[in-house]
Design a protein around this ligand. Sequence first.
Ligand code: AMP
Length: 221
Amino acid sequence: MIAPTDICLVGAILLSQPHFRTGSRRKKTSLMPAICVFCGSRPGNNPGFLAAAEELGDWISANNWTLVYGGGSTGMMGQIADTVLDTGGQIIGVITTQLAQPDLMHHQVRDMRIVSNMHERKALMHQLADVYVTLPGALGTMEEFFEAATWAQLNIHSRPVAILNTDGVYNPLVKLLDSMVDADFLASGCRRRIEVFDTPGELTQWLQNLPVRDSPPPSSH
Ligand code: AMP
């Protein structure tokens, strides 16, 4: 029988397989690794939150990656999308018909994929993603983060999962994860696969050195 710890190990081994390559060997002209960002639809009350979204957006464009996100125009989502657009980067928005309203959906994102429900939305985001990054946010952000982390644990995917803990906003979450390990509900190997960074600089340094899929994200056509 495969123990949960072994499942995480299998995931780590998969990451070293030939269809992944390291960032340093990436051919920037042909490859557009996709970073799936989960973040709040509100801006939060600390200017550091929006600044973090801006810094990550700048990095995505400068490094020729593709932002995959929830397609919103507000809060943290709007900030990261605006930054990537302003700096000439690539974006794929994935939004449901319910959320595709004039005041919620980002209308400058040209590759906006409108799907019928949340299940389809997350399935498409998973299909497009090479790595998952969670910025500050609330319930929707947590739901998306926990799905990505849980699916890594179950080896449904082998992509890296990271949290940006701006100003300690996710300290209680980190503590919860650690207490799950202490209580022996969560395998320590699975916990270690969730990277936690305090600053956008530490996050982007980690992104720079990731193994990424050796192909562009699937197109909508
Ligand atoms: P929350 O953290 O509760 O603000 O939810 C943010 C997450 O839920 C995002 O990553 C989106 O996937 C989704 N979401 C919530 N509100 C919106 C919105 N207005 N437009 C698009 N996606 C949204």
